[in-house]
Design a protein around this ligand. Structure first.
Ligand code: HEC
Length: 133
């Protein structure tokens, strides 16, 4: 017949290579970080330990003087657990008498994913302006 075994082998190698490539490209970013960016958390918060910078630094100008500087979240999991963060981001619990600035707009499962992920961030921020009272 006309189909030779060599051809089948080389075709399946090409196929295997093209299947593997996209998997590699999309693998580095955790789901929680994607949600973090999609929900614009990075307009206020950095995560220095992961190299996450502010996405819109111009926003700093329009901040009220008496508003607290949003903390770097490299160590979010040192202070809070996922269950607390879930409530905090939905504004049903306060921190030091204050609600979070932004209510979480994503879905319930996104909230679950992002808080579970934030809980795993346990790098002490290098220069933390520890809640000065
Ligand atoms: C408009 C600015 C703003 C946006 C947007 C924002 N935050 Fe915040 N966030 C703050 C400020 C300010 C604080 C500190 C409040 C305080 O300490 O009283 C804070 C505190 C937090 C804390 C508690 C940190 C700690 O160390 O106590 C977590 C966790 C947090 N934010 C997560 C998020 C997540 C997740 C998002 C995205 C869904 C988000 N934030 C979006 C301003 C913002």
């Amino acid at each position: 017949m006309s189909i030779r075994p060599q051809l089948i082998i080389s075709l399946s190698l090409v196929l295997a290579a093209s299947l593997a490539a996209p998997g590699l490209a999309g693998a580095e970013e955790p789901e929680g970080l994607k949600i973090f960016k999609a929900q614009h958390c990075d307009e206020c918060h950095t995560i220095n330990s992961l190299g996450v910078k502010l996405s819109a630094s111009e926003k700093k100008d329009e901040k009220d003087k008496d508003e607290k500087e949003p903390p770097d979240l490299s160590g979010a999991g040192l202070e809070h657990d996922a269950a607390w963060m879930r409530k905090y981001l939905k504004k049903s619990v306060k921190k030091e008498g204050k609600e979070h600035r932004k209510r979480f707009k994503g879905s319930k499962s996104e909230l679950e994913t992002i808080t579970t992920w934030l809980e795993t961030l346990k790098t002490k921020p290098e220069k933390s302006e520890k809640k000065g009272k």
